[in-house]
Design a protein around this ligand. Structure first.
Ligand SMILES: [Ca+2]
Length: 484
C-alpha cells in the first residue's frame, strides 16, 4: 500500500526527553476514554499514511497524541482480543481462546481496579461478553450494549429498521457489499453517541473510565450512499491482493475453502473496499461527535483518550478477508494515545505494543496501583520520553478451526507458527518476515539458513506458549479440540 503522511510527526526516540513530570497525587483524578472499533485495518486511516482514507477525527487525535505504528491484537478475533485488553493477560493465561469462551470471574479487569479507586467504569456499545447475567459485566456498567446473551439492550437496531421497513445484510461476503439510501445510524452503533452524551453529562464531577465500542467497520460490507460516494472510483486494489497463495498457512487455506476469497473478481474486491472505507469514515464521524461532546462538557483536558480496535480486517490483502491471520491487516490494530496535558502529541512511536498494554498504561497515567500478574507492559515510560521502547516485543495467539497459532514480533521481525492438531495433521508451519524491508510480508524467510539465529531467538521468546495444554472451543464449528 502506498503511504503518504498527512502531517509531519516527530518520531519518538531516546533523543527526546520531553516527558512532563507531574505530581499526579495533586491532580484531579484523570478520566480515561477508550474508543474501540471492530475490525479496523491498521493501515486504513489517514494518520497511518493511507492515501484514500477520509478520517479527519482519527487524524486529529493522532496529531494530539502518540500514534503507535507497530500495535497488535493479542488474538485477532473478538472475544479473546477484548478479554486480553480488559485483563492485561494473554489468551493462554485467561483461557479465552475463541469466541465461544467466556472470561471467568477470577480475573481482575481494569474496571475492577479503577472501581476500587473511586472511578465509575462503563462500556457503551459492544464488548462481546459471553454468558448471562450481571456476573458477566466484569466490573463495568452497561448503559447501552451487549451483555450476556442479549445482543443489544432495547433491541435498538430492529426498532430503527422496522420504522424504515429495511433490513441489514446478514451475509459477510465481500461479493455482496452494498450501498444503502438510509442512514447508518439505524445500525446498533447509532446508539453509542447519544448514550455517551448522557453518560458524560452525568459524570462531570466523578472520575470515570469509559469505553465507547463500535461494531463498525465490521462486515457485512454495507455503507450509506453518502459515505460510499466519498470513495467511489478512488480506491485501488491492495498491492498484494494476488500474492502467491502457496504461502498461505493451513489456517488461511481453511478460511479460503469456507469463504472462497480466491473467487472474488478485481471489481468485487475494489467495490467491497470502497464500501469498507465508507464504513470507516462513518465511524470516524461518530468519533468526532464523541470528542466534540467531551470538549463541550469541559472534560477533554483531564481525559486520556485511546483509539484502538479489537483486530484488523484483511480487506483483500494477501487475497484474504476478515481476520484470524497474523498478517498486519488482521493482527495489526490502529493505536493512538492522547493526553496533551501529560505528554506531547504529534508523534509516531515504533514501539511494539498492543491492547494488552492498555491496563498497566492507564494505571500509571492515573496513578493507580497495578495488580500483580499483568502480562501487558506499561507504555507510560515511552509516552513520557523516559524510554525509547525500541526493545519491546509482543505476542498474538489464534486458534481458528482448532489450529493453535502463535506470533511474536519486534520492530524488525515478525515470526509466527502453526502447530498440527488432532483435526489437522500437518508439519509445523513457520513464517518469518523482515518488517523493515518487507512490510507487506511477501517473502517468508523462515527457512533461510543465514537467519537461523533470528528464528531461534523468536522460538526462545515463544517458549512460554504451550499449545499442548489447550482445549479449544471453536464456536464457529461448535467443536472442542483437545491436544496431546
Ligand atoms: Ca471483532
Amino acid at each position: 500500500m502506498e503511504t503518504k503522511m498527512l502531517f509531519k510527526p516527530i518520531t519518538l526516540g531516546f533523543v527526546f526527553t520531553f516527558g512532563f513530570q507531574l505530581n499526579l497525587a495533586a491532580q484531579k483524578p484523570l478520566n480515561i476514554l477508550i474508543i474501540q472499533t471492530d475490525e479496523h485495518n491498521p493501515r486504513m486511516f489517514g494518520a497511518a499514511g493511507d492515501p484514500f482514507a477520509i478520517t479527519p477525527n482519527m487524524d486529529k487525535l493522532a496529531r494530539q497524541g502518540v500514534l503507535f505504528s507497530n500495535a497488535y491484537s493479542q488474538n485477532p478475533i473478538s472475544v479473546p482480543s477484548r478479554m486480553s485488553m480488559l485483563t492485561g493477560k494473554y489468551s493462554q493465561t485467561i483461557k479465552v481462546y475463541g469466541n465461544g469462551d467466556p472470561l471467568t470471574m477470577n480475573f481482575t479487569t481494569f474496571a475492577d481496579q479503577f472501581n476500587k479507586n473511586g472511578y465509575r467504569s462503563a462500556i457503551i456499545g459492544k464488548m462481546h461478553f459471553k454468558g448471562k447475567g450481571d456476573e458477566q459485566l466484569h466490573g463495568f456498567e452497561r448503559p447501552f450494549g451487549d451483555s450476556g446473551s442479549e445482543i443489544i439492550s432495547g433491541n435498538w437496531e430492529k426498532k430503527q429498521l422496522d420504522k424504515l421497513g429495511q433490513t441489514l445484510l446478514s451475509d459477510r461476503s465481500p461479493k455482496l457489499a452494498r450501498v444503502n439510501d438510509f442512514p447508518m445510524e439505524v445500525h446498533k452503533d447509532g446508539g453509542i453517541v447519544p448514550y455517551t452524551k448522557t453518560f458524560l453529562s452525568k459524570n462531570k464531577e466523578n472520575p470515570f473510565i469509559l469505553i465507547c465500542s463500535f461494531t463498525r467497520p465490521h462486515f457485512p460490507f454495507e455503507a450509506s450512499d453518502k459515505y460510499y460516494e466519498m470513495y467511489k472510483g478512488r480506491v485501488k486494489l491492495p498491492i498484494d491482493f494476488d500474492s502467491d497463495k502457496k504461502n498461505w498457512s493451513v489456517s488461511s487455506q481453511m478460511e479460503n475453502s469456507k469463504y472462497k476469497f480466491d473467487q472474488l473478481t478485481k471489481e468485487e474486491i475494489i467495490h467491497a473496499r470502497e464500501v469498507y472505507y465508507g464504513m470507516i469514515t462513518w465511524v470516524d464521524d461518530q468519533i468526532g461527535l464523541i470528542l466534540d461532546e467531551l470538549d463541550r462538557q469541559g472534560l477533554k483536558e483531564n481525559t486520556l483518550i485511546i483509539y484502538t480496535a479489537d483486530h484488523g480486517e484483511m480487506a483483500g490483502e494477501h487475497c484474504l478477508w476478515y481476520k484470524n491471520t497474523f498478517y498486519e491487516g488482521s493482527a495489526g490494530i490502529p493505536f493512538i494515545i492522547s493526553c496533551p496535558k501529560l505528554f506531547r502529541g504529534n508523534q509516531i512511536s515504533k514501539s511494539v505494543t498492543g491492547n494488552i498494554d492498555i491496563f498497566p498504561t492507564i494505571c500509571d497515567a492515573a496513578g493507580i496501583q497495578k495488580p500483580d500478574g499483568l502480562e501487558g507492559k506499561s507504555l507510560w515510560p515511552v509516552l513520557t520520553g523516559k524510554e525509547s521502547g525500541n526493545d519491546r516485543y509482543i505476542f498474538s495467539e489464534n486458534y481458528r478451526g482448532g489450529i493453535p497459532g502463535c506470533m511474536v514480533c519486534d520492530q524488525n521481525w515478525k515470526y509466527f507458527v502453526y502447530q498440527p492438531c488432532e483435526k489437522n495433521m500437518f508439519t509445523k508451519e513457520v513464517f518469518l518476515y523482515d518488517m523493515i524491508n518487507d512490510p507487506n510480508e511477501m517473502q517468508n524467510l523462515a527457512n533461510h539458513a543465514e537467519l537461523k539465529s533470528v528464528v531461534e531467538n523468536m522460538e526462545k521468546r515463544m517458549s512460554w506458549w504451550k499449545p499442548g495444554k489447550i482445549i479449544i472451543n471453536d464456536n464457529e464449528t461448535s467443536a472442542i479440540y483437545r491436544f496431546p
